[in-house]
Design a protein around this ligand. Structure first.
Ligand code: CTP
Length: 398
């Protein structure tokens, strides 16, 4: 496909060089357009070398006089990364002062914008109103992440990771892409419940939302999905083959019973590590109840899968409150996984019960991808995207 990559002036402009390279690697023809302020941060020569094309920078060069119209007609997608507050304002209001904003007005195809700016500028009412206008116009916005910004403040405004931008490009160019056709993905979701007596149990805060979002995303991308689910209050996505379980032992048995057709396994469930050693057969009465509860360990399903998975891709989760990366790396190794999705739990807007999540994807081979806070469905697509990449790059074949 033919893509116009607009680069505007911000510290994050250097990241656009890598983006250009990835787009070219993915087989696209990339035409870079740098605004005047972008040139303060990066050199057109870099982009010319990476894309193999002359970089356009100024509307008023004689040869560029009608170039914006030709370009607008010849390209399939306009991607602006990073997009400054200024270019977003120009786009929102239809100003045509520079080459990129003029090109924007002449362009009729899909537009993807990846904003990056200081937190206060991002949160300013003017920027918010401009974003609203651009969203309503149907443009795809790759939300900026939260983090330490170049200006020294901490907050929203950091350019989204290139992986997220590339996923948006892929999705925009191939809506309804079915890149998991032929895969059978076994997904576990939700908590387990370990009975103490017939009415009480030990469990955890897992809502099942992440696992169900994964199931939905995998189905949309053409996979067959076997969803082994602990007790949750969610409707399973249409098309999933659902196996309902309650305890960790039931989950283990269900996983191994349905393992055979699976080409990939995602162990999203929050499985108990311990269970009451001797659950009472009758309801324990207040009077005379033991003061302590004896627990026994439950086998680790993921570790067992790590030993027996064969050629299947294996993705585990790690719910951590501290040392997220270090623990994730250890679990990746110890449980012989291809990827660990490390979940920071306990914070706001992430982990159990929340509709959003922020995770680290820790991959075999040492690659770590940080996925900033996003709806769980978006996180699910990022996980699946990385799984496909793992398959391609490391030759994990079926
Ligand atoms: N898991 C599992 N079976 C268990 C416990 C955990 O399959 N009995 C899986 C989970 O589904 C998850 C991964 O192991 O994919 C990590 O779970 P987590 O609770 O984060 O880690 P633990 O292995 O239990 O380690 P720790 O308690 O030290 O954090």
């Amino acid at each position: 496909m033919r893509i116009i990559l607009g680069v505007t002036g911000g510290i994050a402009a250097y990241k656009a060089a890598d983006l250009a390279r990835s787009l070219v690697r993915d087989g696209h023809e990339v035409q870079a357009v740098l605004t005047r302020s972008a040139e303060e941060f990066v050199s057109p020569t870099t982009f010319a070398a990476l894309t193999g094309r002359k970089v356009l920078t100024n509307l008023f060069e004689p040869s560029a006089a009608i170039e914006h119209i030709d370009l607008a007609q010849a390209n399939d997608l306009l991607l602006v990364a990073p997009a400054t507050a200024n270019i977003l304002a120009e786009f929102a209001h239809g100003l045509a002062g520079g080459f990129l904003s003029t090109l924007y007005l002449a362009f009729r195809g899909p537009v993807i914008l990846a904003p990056a700016m200081n937190t206060n500028m991002w949160e300013h009412e003017a920027t918010r109103a401009n974003m609203e206008t651009l969203r309503r116009r149907g443009h795809v916005i790759v939300e900026p992440g939260v983090g330490l910004l170049a200006c020294g403040t901490f907050g929203a405004g950091r350019l989204a990771e290139n992986d997220g931008i590339l996923d948006a490009v892929r999705k925009t160019l191939n809506p309804g892409v079915r890149d998991l056709e032929g895969e059978t993905i076994l997904i576990t979701a939700g908590p387990t419940q370990e009975p103490i007596d017939p009415v009480r149990f030990i469990s955890n805060r897992s809502s099942g939302k992440m696992g169900y979002a994964l199931a939905e995303a995998a189905l949309d991308r053409g996979a067959r999905v076997i969803l082994v689910s602990g007790p949750v209050a969610l409707d399973p996505p249409r098309g999933a083959e659902v196996v309902r379980v309650r305890t960790a032992v039931e989950m283990r048995d269900a996983v191994f019973l349905h393992l055979e057709p699976a080409t990939a396994i995602i162990k999203c469930a929050a499985v108990a590590d311990f269970r009451p050693a001797a659950p009472a057969r009758q309801k324990i009465k207040k009077k005379g109840a033991p003061a302590t509860l004896e627990l026994e360990p439950v086998g680790d399903i993921l570790a067992e899968l790590g030993r027996t998975r064969g050629e299947r891709l294996l993705v585990g989760f790690a719910a951590e409150t501290e040392n997220v990366l270090a623990y994730a790396l250890r679990k990746l190794e110890e449980k012989n996984c291809d990827m660990i999705v490390a979940n920071r739990v306990g914070g706001e807007g992430a982990g159990f019960e929340s509709d959003t999540n922020e995770v680290l994807l820790v991959m075999r081979g040492g690659v770590v991808v940080e996925v900033p806070r996003a709806p769980k469905r978006e996180i699910a697509d990022r996980i699946l995207g990385q799984m496909i990449r793992l398959r391609r790059t490391a030759g994990v074949t079926r």
